[in-house]
Design a protein around this ligand. Structure first.
Ligand SMILES: Cc1cc2nc3c(=O)[nH]c(=O)nc-3n(C[C@H](O)[C@H](O)[C@H](O)COP(=O)(O)O)c2cc1C
Length: 412
């Protein structure tokens, strides 16, 4: 391919940027043993990678195409905030490998010329069981942040769960979505503040509150290497310290940050009772990975569970999220809906969770890849791809709607 001069210049500028990116770190290490011409090799290799990247959302064939794009184009500190797992990042692989432990049992000669992906949860109908997981600070990846996500969720008519630590307020995001959200709750050390926030959320028509319980502590090393408190490049935009960071979070704009901090370290099941007494929204617990805890959820009147290891960002040395799902479903025995996330990247992944009995699947990083690449159209394409893949596997499996996907479709 012959590039015009202006294209060559902008490609060169991009290559200089990439030299400082996460991608180049890996490439440099990979090419080092080749000796003398290593630098030229790096540039050639980067050039080849650039040529293979998508230029627009519609060129993407799968969600990984968006990941390749952000590896090159995203500011490294932002990339690692998004991409990191805990400790040595092993859970990222564990979550993906978990899906290979379940095999599909296709049924032939079923008329699947019409397939319906829609699902209903807490009285709301969605066009797909692929939902948007709560992820914080999305303006990091695109100026429209959670608003772009809301508009893409509206296009796909799917569920959006909004994080506590967003850049746009629950009111603004609800307006952009044009339908009720679910809200994810990180408690603060100030109950009055948290209670007021819950009431504010409820006033928007939000139907469910998901209490995240899986990160009482964790070890995130990549982001520690890009600490904005010590990294000069970060300080061009970020001021150091908790207070400066939280002023950028819409729900904390007026909080007395001198007397408030985030944290779930002291949290116990009493807090779930307190939430049940405080709100008439459905209360879910996000981050359950054992049958034992699922049973305790039932004892406390929880209305739903999200099986999750926080997208590999909770503890290391755990099981994949999909492998935790069966025992949670067994404990719950159909009494409340169970949604699952962490590592879902393909329509077959979603199908396997539905076959085990999940009511829906959330994605986190894939929609951030779409957002970081092209904003709202990027997220729309990510959802379109996953729904297309799910439809294909449903046709292969002889299942015409979500209800017809059963445990008979899968073997462990
Ligand atoms: C950048 C980022 C920010 C996140 N922020 C939150 C959050 O604020 N609250 C929360 O409960 N989970 C948060 N999560 C976890 C997601 O809700 C979800 O569990 C996870 O991303 C799903 O796994 P996946 O990224 O492999 O799809 C975050 C995940 C990422 C990648």
């Amino acid at each position: 391919m012959r590039l015009r001069r202006s294209e060559r210049e902008s490609r060169r500028a991009l290559l200089r940027f990439i030299a400082a990116s996460p991608l180049a770190c890996g490439l440099g290490a990979a090419l080092a043993p080749r000796g003398g011409h290593a630098q030229a090799n790096v540039i050639d290799a980067l050039d080849e990678i650039l040529a293979a990247l998508i230029d627009s959302p519609d060129e993407a064939l799968n969600v990984f195409d968006f990941h390749e794009y952000v590896k090159v184009h995203m500011q490294p500190g932002h990339y690692w905030y998004m991409a990191q797992g805990v400790d040595d990042q092993r859970m990222l692989t564990v979550n993906r490998e978990g899906f290979t432990k379940f095999q599909l049992l296709p049924r032939r000669l079923v008329d699947t010329s019409s397939v319906d992906l829609s699902v209903e949860l807490f009285g709301q109908r969605y066009d797909s069981p692929v939902f948007i997981a709560p992820c914080g600070a999305l303006a990091t990846f695109h100026p429209e942040g959670e608003l772009a996500v809301a508009r893409a969720a509206a296009t796909a008519n799917t569920l959006q769960i909004l994080s506590t630590v967003t850049n746009y307020s629950v009111e603004a995001v609800t307006e952009a979505r044009g339908a009720p959200l679910w809200y994810q709750l990180y408690p603060t050390t100030d109950w009055e503040f948290t209670r007021d926030m819950i009431q504010r959320v409820e006033a928007t028509g939000c139907t469910a509150l998901a209490l995240t319980v899986d990160i009482p502590a964790r070890n995130l090393e990549p982001i520690a290497r890009f600490s904005r408190d010590t990294n000069e490049e970060c300080q061009a935009c970020h001021q150091p310290g908790f207070e400066a960071a939280f002023r950028r979070k819409a729900m904390f704009a007026d909080a007395d940050l001198g007397n408030l901090s985030m944290g779930i370290r002291g949290l116990t099941w009493d807090y779930v009772d307190r939430l049940k007494d405080t709100t008439s929204m459905n209360v879910l617990v996000k981050g359950i990975v054992t049958g034992e805890d699922a049973s305790i959820c039932l004892e406390h009147g929880v209305d739903g569970i999200i099986v999750s290891n926080h997208g590999s960002r909770a503890e290391d040395s755990g099981r994949s999220s999909i492998e935790c799902l069966p025992e949670v479903l067994e404990a719950v025995n159909g009494q409340i809906p169970v949604v699952v996330d962490s590592g879902f990247r393909r329509g077959t992944d979603v199908f396997k969770a539905l076959a085990l009995g999940a009511s829906g699947v959330c994605i986190g990083k894939p929609y951030i890849w779409g957002l970081g690449s092209f904003g709202q159209p990027g997220i729309e394409r990510v959802l379109e791809i996953l729904n297309r893949e799910l439809r294909i596997v449903m046709q292969q499996m002889g299942t015409v709607d979500i209800a017809s996907i059963t445990s008979g479709s899968i073997r462990m």
